[in-house]
Design a protein around this ligand. Structure first.
Ligand code: HEM
Ligand SMILES: *[C@@H]1O[C@H](CO)[C@@H](O)[C@H](O)[C@H]1NC(C)=O
Ligand SMILES: *[C@@H]1O[C@H](CO)[C@@H](O)[C@H](O)[C@H]1NC(C)=O
Ligand SMILES: *[C@@H]1O[C@H](CO)[C@@H](O)[C@H](O)[C@H]1NC(C)=O
Ligand SMILES: *[C@@H]1O[C@H](CO)[C@@H](O)[C@H](O)[C@H]1NC(C)=O
Ligand SMILES: *[C@@H]1O[C@H](CO)[C@@H](O)[C@H](O)[C@H]1NC(C)=O
Length: 534
């Protein structure tokens, strides 16, 4: 016995690096998806387009006249601002969510909306804020900031500590030191932030005078363009800047002037060189989003995967493939660049164990590119499959062939030879009978098909909401009752959940059959969305 388990441990340790590259691997795939694509989409109806909110960096009159990108960068800085390097506390931890009524966070309460409802088990609320900075900077033409996941959500308010324009240089030097940045880095970080957006009369009436025309957003921009560029430094040195924190009539609130000139303009001279600005800001903003409490360990840099198989499930009573009386294998594969000559085929084998192989073609191909992938020179495309599957045969595993149409033999994507394994078909999602109604009521209802004659007492679920207060995820119990109004199909009966009042991202549903428990994680993005959710 002991020998065997020791042997097992050795094998596990050796096999780990290879296994970790395999599918499924939500820890790897969810952060990769979110930072490189910036949206979650399922053609069944769900789309939550995070980077889409950035509206290509165009200033937004409804948001007070600056770009959404500017607001996201300021939001992240203010969240990080309370970091205390001496005590190893605070940083990018999402505590700003509980600090929005403070004067030091004036004007940011509306911005919170952008970040809510994207987190999941593998990506925390402060991770979403960090991805927001990366998306904002790239969308405005700035550098690509590497992403590491793993920030812990504090779930409660932290100390005060955001700098204000009327503090003196010594105060600002001390605040930035406490945040982990020296004088040169302070100058850089302020310039990297203040290349976007500006100061609003609404938030700082004593800095920006009222505007006689109330229909025009009253904002005084820091820099000449909405883009992420070194105009802020060039105009400052040329003394043509419009940055109110440099040229404001009241000397007390000229904080940018005091900071920028504090080293005799040396750092600003460096930043005004084309090329240096981008590179310097990439490092400083990376440090800003990676400033976390001392106990938090971030992941390795999340790399863009060249081939990626998405969240997959067997659906039942699924209208998408007109397969109400069959199962539907829903999966997708994302490839790095488009190729109109390419033919992608899904193959699978059944549970009978014979040599029969089934095949299906994608029902849709969609663009999965973003400002981030484009900056890397790629426009990934996703091939969507919804293949009808006979119920008794079911699916044991599936794989893909990719024929680029160039005369070369097709590439097989089969999870390093193992195939992509479907673990169970005892409890299945009925995706087109399940729904989320997040915008109007934040409610969800799930319908599942259960094989055999399981009684409802043996079916239970938990909704997992990662955005609970105090940083702990909320686990909400879900009960199911047999819904006899839905005709059973192929030995599956249908159970409807209680109405769940939560924006939970994922749901673990379990059923007990013959003493064995089968658990499946269903993602909200698999469901039909009742009302718009963007
Ligand atoms: C001494 C340090 C700083 C002071 C006193 C300061 C002050 C301000 C003020 C007064 C505004 C106007 C906000 C409004 O009208 O709603 C502002 C905007 C902004 N700040 Fe700072 N800031 C500082 C450092 C930083 C840093 C380090 C960053 C990021 C790296 C940053 C990023 C931004 C951005 C992007 C905006 C524009 C927001 C928008 O247009 O909505 N700031 N800052
Ligand atoms: C944000 O705060 C301002 C000022 O306190 C308030 O007028 C506004 O209604 C708030 N907006 C939201 C979305 O909470
Ligand atoms: C300048 O600003 C400071 C800080 O807001 C304020 O206390 C002071 O009264 C202002 N001075 C003038 C002349 O408006
Ligand atoms: C395919 O996907 C695109 C983009 O997601 C969508 O606009 C289009 O309607 C889809 N077509 C079909 C046939 O589903
Ligand atoms: C839905 O959730 C959002 C964000 O958590 C919240 O602001 C809103 O009040 C909720 N709506 C209802 C009807 O509960
Ligand atoms: C969160 O923690 C604070 C302080 O520890 C406590 O006062 C509060 O009741 C907690 N909130 C929840 C929802 O547990």
């Amino acid at each position: 016995m002991i020998k065997q388990s020791l042997y097992g441990i050795v094998i596990l340790a050796l096999a780990y690096p290879a296994l970790s590259a395999k599918w499924p691997n939500h820890e790897r795939d969810e952060p990769e998806n979110f930072v490189y694509e910036g949206r979650r989409e399922h053609p069944g109806g769900f789309i939550k387009d995070f980077y889409g909110l950035l509206a290509n960096c165009v200033p937004d009159a409804n948001a007070g006249g600056s770009s959404i990108a500017a607001q996201w960068v300021r939001f992240a800085y203010h969240d990080m601002s309370t970091h205390n390097i001496d005590e190893g506390i605070g940083g990018l931890d999402g505590s700003i969510r509980y600090e929005l009524d403070r004067d030091e966070n004036i004007g940011l309460n509306f911005t919170l909306r952008s970040f809510v409802g994207h987190a999941n088990r593998y990506l925390s609320f402060p991770d979403i804020i960090a991805v927001g900075v990366i998306g904002a900077i790239a969308t405005c033409g700035g550098p690509l900031i590497p992403f590491r996941s793993g920030r812990a959500f504090s779930g409660q308010a932290g100390p005060f500590g955001v700098p204000a324009p009327d503090q003196d240089l010594a105060d600002h030097l001390e605040i930035f030191r406490r945040q982990g940045f020296n004088q040169e880095e302070m100058i850089g970080l302020v310039a990297c932030g203040h290349t976007l957006g500006g100061v609003r009369n609404r938030d700082f009436p004593y800095l920006v005078p009222p505007n006689p025309d109330p229909s025009v957003p009253n904002i005084q921009n820091f820099a000449p363009t909405p883009k992420f560029d070194n105009g802020i430094a060039k105009e400052y040195l040329a003394q043509t800047t419009n940055d109110v924190l440099v040229i404001g009539v009241n000397e007390t609130t000229r904080s940018d002037l005091r900071i920028f000139s504090s080293d005799g303009n040396e750092m600003m001279e460096v930043l005004a060189h084309d090329g240096t600005f981008s590179n310097t800001c990439r490092h400083l903003l990376e440090r800003m989003i990676n400033t976390v409490p001392s106990g938090v360990a971030l992941s390795d840099v999340v790399e863009l995967l060249p081939v990626k198989v998405g969240p997959t499930f067997l659906g039942i009573a699924d209208g998408l493939a007109n397969a109400y009386d069959r199962l539907t294998l829903r999966t997708d594969i994302r490839l790095l660049d488009p190729n109109p000559n390419r033919i992608v085929t899904l193959y699978w084998s059944d549970c009978f164990g014979g040599d029969t192989i089934y095949a299906a073609q994608p029902y849709n191909i969609s663009d999965a590119s973003s400002a981030i992938t484009k900056a890397l020179g790629h426009s990934p495309v996703r091939y969507w499959f919804a293949a009808p599957v006979d119920i008794p045969a079911s699916v044991s595993k599936f794989w893909f062939s990719v024929d680029e149409g160039n005369g070369e033999p097709p590439t097989i994507c089969d999870n390093d030879g193992e195939g992509h394994v479907i673990k169970q078909d005892e409890v299945l999602l009925a995706p087109t009978l399940s729904w989320v109604d997040s915008e109007s009521s934040n409610t969800t209802q799930i319908v599942i098909g259960v094989k055999g004659d399981s009684t409802s007492s043996q079916i239970y679920g938990k909704a997992h909401d990662p955005e609970g207060d105090n940083g702990s995820a909320l686990e909400i119990d879900i009960s199911f009752t047999l819904d006899e109004s839905i005709q059973s199909v192929g030995g599956y009966s249908f159970y409807r959940s209680s109405t769940i009042s939560s924006l939970s991202f994922s749901f673990d549903i379990s059923t007990v059959v013959d003493g064995r428990t089968y658990t499946e994680e269903f993602l909200r993005s698999f469901f039909i969305t009742k009302s718009s959710d963007s």
